[in-house]
Ligand binder design. Structure first.
Ligand code: SF4
Length: 201
């Protein structure tokens, strides 16, 4: 990955964009930037792997479907996350030309990333980056989705075989919508945090 080229491509599409060598450095940066806010998380292995929830929860009001509060479940937490001040998520693929791709089964991750906040942060490991949009879409469908299905212990053909997408009709299919982020959404700040480590799926 040519880090500078990716940062410039993202900035040309309206995003703020910064890069860090490690997840630890990225988490420290975000911990400093977000203080005293209502925060929502999209379901993201990347966010879990950099330990962001624990850091932010010390000085923000944080809702994360992975950490439901007493009396709340995944769905009530995910709904709460849709209208927070700040929203954090990742992507399943990113092109070096700046387009990003997400696939979702329930919709909370995609919905939260598009509307309803002052600012959305996309936290993206180096494994998500592909040379072109076509290759980023391919990666989201054939690499990220099978790994995500396996994480949930689903019995989809991709989770069992771990080779590619079978465009399945499984009741546990996790690919019900795909979003391509061509540019920053209007009326909302968006910042991409690139990390030069493989993180998430
Ligand atoms: S459509 Fe089905 S087989 Fe393809 S990646 Fe999604 S869950 Fe796996």
């Amino acid at each position: 990955m040519d880090r500078q080229k990716v940062l410039l491509a993202l900035q040309a599409r309206g995003y703020e964009a910064v890069a860090f060598q490690t997840g630890r450095e990225a988490a420290a940066y975000l911990d400093e930037k977000v203080n005293g806010r209502l925060v929502g998380f999209g379901d993201s292995e990347t966010l879990i792997s950099i330990g962001l929830y624990a850091l932010l929860a010390r000085h923000n009001d944080v809702y994360d479907p992975q950490h439901p509060r007493d009396g709340m479940d995944f769905f009530s937490t995910a709904k709460k996350c849709l209208l927070t001040d700040i929203f954090f998520t990742s992507v399943n693929g990113m092109a070096e030309t700046g387009e990003m791709v997400n696939i979702d089964g329930t919709g909370n991750r995609i919905a939260g990333s598009l509307f309803g906040h002052e600012k959305v942060y996309f936290v993206v490991g180096s494994n998500k980056i592909a040379p072109t949009l076509d290759e980023a879409v391919w990666r989201a469908r054939n690499e990220a989705a099978p790994l995500n299905a396996a994480r949930h212990h689903y019995k989809t053909p991709c989770a069992v075989r771990q080779d590619h997408c079978y465009d399945c009709r499984s009741p546990q299919r996790i690919c019900n919508a795909q979003t391509i982020y061509w540019r920053k959404m209007n009326h909302m700040a968006m910042e991409v945090i690139l990390i030069e480590e493989p993180l998430g799926f």
